[in-house]
Write a protein that binds this ligand. Structure first.
Ligand SMILES: [Cu+2]
Length: 118
């Protein structure tokens, strides 16, 4: 391989490499500019839907009671606790720390759900 050819290959690799870095920075910038997401959990027919939810740190999760029976949203570890939600009432909580947050309905303890914050 001649010297000029190897320089050309080196330059090409450099350009491709810099392009990749630039693309990566663009992606992380876009991520930083995203607003905190809101995610809805519906309470209906004695269940939380979705029962298992994975969200990024900083997400506000809201629970809406679509059932014609009152329910609550209570963290198993005491992190959050709603009042009794009547039909169409809403409770929301912002998850600012990563972790696993199991919860249940204190009126019907068999109703369980989980929020995983990453
Ligand atoms: Cu309930």
């Amino acid at each position: 391989m001649g010297k000029s050819v190897s320089i050309a290959v080196f330059m090409m690799a450099l350009v491709v490499g810099m392009g990749t870095i630039a693309a990566g920075q663009k992606n992380s910038l876009a991520g930083a500019q995203q607003k905190p997401e809101t995610t809805e959990v519906k309470i209906d027919n004695f269940s939380f839907g979705p029962a298992m939810l994975t969200v990024p740190v900083g997400t506000a999760v809201s629970w809406t009671n679509r059932d014609d029976i009152p329910h609550t949203v209570v963290s198993t570890d005491g992190v959050f606790k709603s009042k009794v939600l009547d039909t169409d009432e809403k409770f929301s909580f912002t998850f600012s720390k990563a972790g696993s947050y199991p919860y249940f309905c204190s009126i019907h303890p068999k109703m369980t759900g989980k929020v995983i914050v990453q």
